[in-house]
Write a protein that binds this ligand. Structure first.
Ligand code: GLU
Length: 417
């Protein structure tokens, strides 16, 4: 077992590699190493049984040089300030790589949502939003869903901000239900973007998708959408896991059926019996051509990187691969499409949602998907060209593009006062 990996150290290590490539000024490098704002809040919620429970939450803005900050809200029992700060930093590079006019942010609350009733979840959300209201707003910092949150939570975020303002502010949060100013295609956007980049990477690696076997770790919003679209792309999904565990069948798994019949059940997809049960760790090492880690961070580490069989890894999660594992994978010739490129589809359609909200003019789903696909393909080919030009891997190439754009914006704007 490896010790606890600090993801903020990981994010800073990645930044240092790009800074070195770009020969970034030392002062500028230290500006980018730190978040511009971190807020820690402790707030009470009256539970259904009348007891008061105090929760800890955070909102972190990493950089605002290219525009308002943007990033999800995560509800998970193991979040902390460092993880939230790392995720905010990754949002900055992600938005810059996709070339959308945002800086990065992230918020989180240390909570196990499975232990809360719907009413408690609503109260927690409204109070958390009130506590961080000095930071968020449609022109300053725009939250969105992440692990443990969904469109309903975003609806409460929007309503809470709107109640405080005295009028409806749909653009203060994205990932809302369609009827409240959400965008068509937003729920599927991250998974859709993952599969678009997977298709592009398969062309580069000469992988015939109709003959490719794919494993998806994670069956939440990103993993389940990606798995369904992988199936539609002609490839075969041979392994899937959810929070409880995974299943593997080299002949393929019926993804749509698994989603419709087993997700949300107590035993999860493990209740499907025509497959070999495997753990969330084992699934990463099972035979396949393409691996999509779409669960949580630090899954591919020094401990298992050399046991991975996939030729191509497409990161649906944020931070699934540690820098040490990156070296091992690169030596083995495994092609890794990094998180800040592969999973940018979510924030790209969040950007579309925000634009639609500000204009009060809404687009059709095929228009959203076509624009998303165009941005994902363009970002992929730009990063791929960078990779060839700098003779490096995709992650470093993506970081170079992202960090360079942010650094240029910072230099152009100058340091106030
Ligand atoms: N939470 C998502 C991410 O990590 C989406 C953020 C957004 O849409 O603002 O990219």
């Amino acid at each position: 077992m490896s010790q606890h990996i600090n993801v903020l150290d990981m994010a800073r290590e990645q930044l240092a590699v790009a800074a070195n490539f770009l020969d970034l000024d030392k002062g500028l490098h230290s500006v980018l190493s730190q978040p511009i704002r971190q807020l820690i809040v402790h707030f009470p919620v009256v539970l259904d049984n009348g007891e008061v429970q105090v929760f800890e939450g955070y909102r972190v803005q990493h950089n605002a040089s290219r525009g308002p900050t943007k990033g999800g809200i995560r509800y998970h029992p193991e979040v902390d300030l460092d993880e939230t700060s790392a995720l905010a930093m990754w949002m900055t590079w992600k938005c810059a790589v996709a070339n959308i006019p945002y800086g990065g942010a992230k918020g989180s609350v240390k909570v196990d949502t499975k232990k809360l009733s719907k009413r408690e979840l609503e109260k927690l959300t409204r109070r958390y939003v009130t506590e961080i209201s000095s930071m968020i707003g449609e022109r300053s910092d725009i939250p969105a869903p992440d692990i443990g949150t969904n469109a309903q939570v975003m609806a409460w975020v929007m309503d809470t901000v709107s109640m405080q303002k005295g009028y409806t502010v749909p653009g203060c949060v994205t990932g809302k239900p369609i009827e409240l100013g959400g965008s068509e295609g937003r729920t599927e956007a991250t998974g859709r973007g993952v599969v678009v980049t997977m298709e592009e990477a398969a062309k580069v690696r000469n992988l015939d998708l109709s003959k490719s076997k794919v494993i998806v770790q994670g069956f939440g919003n990103v993993g389940s959408t990606a798995a369904k679209l992988v199936e539609e792309s002609g490839a075969t999904v041979v392994g899937i896991s959810d929070a409880i565990g995974g299943i593997y069948n080299e002949n393929g798994l019926p993804v749509h059926d698994l989603f419709n019949r087993y997700s949300g059940r107590d035993g999860g997809i493990r209740e499907y019996k025509d497959a070999q049960p495997v753990s969330n760790a084992e699934i990463l090492e099972m035979p396949c051509d393409i691996l999509i880690p779409a669960a949580v961070a630090t899954q591919i580490t020094v401990d298992n990187a050399d046991k991975i069989k996939a030729k191509l890894i497409v990161e649906g999660a944020n931070g699934p691969t540690t820098p040490e594992a990156d070296h091992i994978l690169s030596d083995k010739g495994v092609f890794v499409v990094p998180d800040i490129l592969a999973n940018a589809g979510g924030v790209v359609v969040s950007y579309f949602e925000w634009v639609q909200d500000l204009q009060n003019f809404f687009w059709e789903e095929n228009e959203v998907n076509a624009k998303l696909t165009r941005i994902m393909r363009a970002s992929f080919s730009e990063v791929e060209r960078g990779m060839r030009a700098h003779k490096t891997d995709m992650r470093t190439a993506a970081l170079i593009i992202g960090v360079k754009r942010v650094a240029e914006a910072t230099i152009r704007r100058g340091i106030f006062p």
